[in-house]
Design a protein around this ligand. Structure first.
Ligand SMILES: NC(=O)c1ccc[n+]([C@@H]2O[C@H](COP(=O)([O-])OP(=O)(O)OC[C@H]3O[C@@H](n4cnc5c(N)ncnc54)[C@H](OP(=O)(O)O)[C@@H]3O)[C@@H](O)[C@H]2O)c1
Length: 298
């Protein structure tokens, strides 16, 4: 099984160091986020694990420290399904951290039953897109002051099956959990595309990516038959370590320094869907996000 997995894994590595750099990773208590945290801590970065469950977060901090040998790893409370929590987190970072060189928007929920965030957004668009949009907005001045800096957003190939329902982004009229996940992941790609334009000339670059099909807790909402299929195809899927490689590549690869706004997979540039390149849609989503979050971001 290991041999099959390695065949599908990514042949990229870099000894790029991150000493004197600060990294925030959302949803890093498990899965791809935790493996990303271990790798970036090994490179010498100060790593801030941003999680909604502080018990799980403390456990992850211990694991990241023991696997990386870097003691400069902390956790902070962040619930992306709650604007108040996002604002409190950002306020603490802006007050206490002199710099933020890498922001990794990694946390996500997939195909969950219909639910709403504290502020009334459908859960998948709320956590995966709106939460990260607001978080990035609130941290952007600090990130700009820390340039060269990077913002990496973990999307998915599922974005290519999606569209943005500008008339009913919260799926209130009808909810299809797979379509809502794809919508949120397309929103990640479009956000990155628009953000790159707004950040031109600032020294801050931004990337979105597909990590691969990775064995993590993300699949928890799949039904019995779907779980069975996942088990059957598991030799062809990635481990969390393998699944973290494209995120790490986007965060550290020196040749990406002059690139911004693109989409990556298997540690290389990749083609996103036509909708993911639609600048008009990206602008409309940007404006809608600002309105829904009551922020101004030109
Ligand atoms: N696994 C795959 O095959 C795959 C494929 C394509 C894209 N992705 C993307 O990869 C990213 C990481 O997913 P993963 O596979 O590593 O899944 P995972 O193991 O389920 O990790 C998801 C993380 O997001 C956190 N999270 C969920 N809701 C949150 C909220 N409201 N506030 C803060 N954190 C929250 C989770 O916290 P809890 O532990 O508290 O739930 C967890 O730490 C996601 O964006 C996902 O869409 C994954």
């Amino acid at each position: 099984m290991e041999a099959i997995r390695n065949f599908f894994s990514t042949p990229w590595s870099s000894d790029q160091k991150l000493e004197d750099q600060t990294v925030v990773i959302t949803g890093a208590n498990t899965g791809i986020g935790k493996e990303t945290a271990i790798d970036l801590a090994k490179r010498g970065a100060r790593v801030i694990i941003a999680c909604r469950d502080m018990e799980k977060a403390q456990e992850a901090v211990k694991e990241v420290i023991s696997n990386s040998g870097n003691e400069n790893v902390v956790c902070m409370k962040l619930d992306l399904a709650d604007i108040k929590s996002i604002r409190e987190f950002a306020e603490a970072i802006n007050k206490d951290e002199p710099k933020l060189n890498i922001l990794i928007n990694n946390a996500g929920v997939m195909v969950c039953p219909y639910g709403k965030t504290a502020d009334g957004f459908e859960m998948q668009i709320g956590v995966n897109h709106m939460g990260h949009f607001l978080l990035t907005h609130l941290l952007i001045d600090l990130i700009k002051r820390s340039a060269p800096a990077r913002i990496v957003t973990v999307s998915s190939m599922a974005h290519s099956w999606g569209s943005i329902n500008l008339e009913d982004i919260n799926s209130e009229k009808s909810y299809d959990k797979k379509a809502a996940y794809s919508q949120s992941k397309l929103a990640n790609v479009l956000f990155t595309r628009s953000l790159a334009k707004k950040l031109e000339g600032t020294g801050v670059t931004t990337y979105s990516l597909h990590p691969g099909v990775v064995q993590t807790d993300l699949w928890r909402h799949l039904n019995g038959p779907q779980q069975f299929v996942m088990k059957m195809v598991s030799p062809f899927t990635k481990t969390s370590v393998q699944g973290a490689q494209t995120t790490i590549y986007c965060a550290v690869e020196p040749t990406l320094e002059k690139e911004s706004g693109g989409y990556y997979s298997d540690c290389a540039p990749a083609n996103c869907s036509a909708a993911g390149k639609d600048d008009d849609l990206a602008q409309k989503l940007w404006e809608l996000s600002c309105r829904m979050l009551s922020v101004t971001w030109d």
